[in-house]
Design a protein around this ligand. Structure first.
Ligand code: FAD
Length: 391
């Protein structure tokens, strides 16, 4: 294998097939060419380069894993790797792509009928349709499994959705938003494909975010939104089915966290080698090397965890607690790593100009979404003890 990534100290890239490696390199090259030069400015302006969605999709890596979308099947390690390469340059861009290609497409891939999969997945993989995923609500965050207030009421072949959603990425411009709502007849969670422009649906951008500023998150209001039965995800019968989606996408967030810490680590190595104090590069001092070595160890251990959970996914033996443990562990190590890297860059580490500050700020949202550290620890705690400690 080529030297794909210096941060891959234990050479996990050897697990990729030659075709996967080629695609991973193409993603890396795209991110360096198209996204790195603009990321800081878009971040500062809190705008999203939506025009890059289609060119990124042309790399052929969005939503891979669904037979409908790709010529050949790929491994979960490869799919995670692509997210890592994307986040390594910009964690927001990874979220922007991942909300559509991960959350929305996985919902349709797992919960959709054969017809729904055929209708939606190929244009989403091609970058012609952008998706969003609406689960969290103003009053239901960590407790969405029980606490959803948004309702779905069926009359004949039409459903009427009422309620509100919060934090929904891409929702201000998405062509389709997967909305999760409780069926008023049986109190179970169902999934609905709400198309852009449907009357009663409004999405308002959440302003003044200080993390993942490029991602356009929205407050959604659903006021008597009418959806045909044909646009209800036919394979979703309860929150247990939503959990199947999250088990896979949570893996993706671990890879994103890995990419986020690699981005900060690489910037810190470069900076500390060229910055001189007391007559020498600061990289030559023991305390700086300790920070870099700790960061490198965090990256390497996190890599191993991400890789193994992805392999379990392909083996069909991955459980909720596997993904939860990786998400909790890797995001915790990420938070430590971006802070060490920021520290190693001194005052310059807090400006956007030296490549660390953006990762430092973005890590906070990655730590919190798709289940906070606490929630994921409690999922692991339940697996260890048999006791659910959520309430
Ligand atoms: P809360 O649930 O209010 O939690 C607040 C604190 O209380 C946390 O520290 C939490 O761990 C703790 N806590 C809660 N319950 C317990 C308990 N039982 N025991 C111990 N501690 C507890 N959602 C979507 O549906 N779609 C999206 O596209 C999306 N994108 C997002 C993008 C960003 C940038 C962010 C910040 C969030 C996004 N989310 C999205 C929502 C995200 O998943 C939630 O923010 C997350 O699940 C936490 O919910 P909350 O923010 O309501 O926090």
């Amino acid at each position: 294998a080529t030297d794909l990534l210096e941060a891959d100290f234990y050479a996990f890239q050897d697990l990729l097939t030659p075709a996967e490696l080629k695609k991973a390199l193409a993603v890396r090259e795209f991110m360096e060419r198209e996204v790195r030069p603009i990321a800081d400015d878009y971040w500062e302006r809190a705008e999203c380069p939506v025009h890059l969605f289609k060119p990124y999709a042309q790399l052929g890596t969005i939503g891979s894993g669904w037979a409908e979308t790709q010529g050949e099947e790929t491994s979960a390690v490869f799919r995670g790797w692509v997210g890592m390469e994307t986040a390594r340059v910009d964690s927001s861009f990874c979220t922007f792509i991942g909300v559509s290609g991960g959350l929305a497409m996985t919902s349709i891939g797992i919960g959709g009928s054969a017809e729904q999969r055929e209708t939606w997945l190929p244009p989403m993989a091609a970058g012609d349709v952008i998706g969003a995923f609406g689960l969290t609500e103003p009053l239901a965050g960590s407790d969405t499994a029980k606490g959803l207030r948004t309702t779905a009421t069926r009359t004949g072949d039409t459903w009427v959705l009422d309620g509100a959603k919060r934090w929904i990425g891409n929702a201000t411009f998405a062509d389709v938003v997967v909305i999760w709502a409780k069926d008023t007849a049986d109190d179970q969670v169902k999934g609905f494909l709400v198309r852009k422009g449907t009357p009663g649906f409004t999405a308002t951008k959440i302003e003044r975010k200080q993390s993942l500023r490029i991602v356009q998150n929205a407050d959604i209001v659903l006021d008597g939104v009418r959806v045909d039965e044909a646009d209800r995800l036919q394979g979703i019968n309860s929150f247990r089915d939503v959990a199947k989606v999250l088990r896979i996408t949570r893996d993706g967030v671990s890879w994103q966290a890995l990419g986020t810490m690699i981005g900060a680590y690489e910037a810190a190595v470069a900076y500390t080698k060229q910055r001189e104090q007391f007559g020498n590069p600061i990289a030559s001092y023991q305390l700086i090397q300790d920070k870099l070595a700790t960061a490198y160890g965090n990256v390497t251990a996190s890599f191993a965890m991400c890789v193994r959970v992805a392999q379990l996914q392909d083996l069909g033996t991955q459980k909720d607690a596997h993904a939860a443990m990786a998400k909790a562990f890797v995001t915790t190590r990420m938070r430590e790593t971006v802070a060490l890297c920021r520290e190693a860059c001194g005052g310059n580490g807090i400006t956007l100009d030296h490549g660390v500050a953006r990762f430092f700020a973005d890590a906070e949202a990655v730590y919190t979404f798709e289940g906070t550290k606490d929630m994921n620890q409690l999922i692991v705690g339940r697996a260890i003890t048999g006791h659910a400690a959520f309430v």
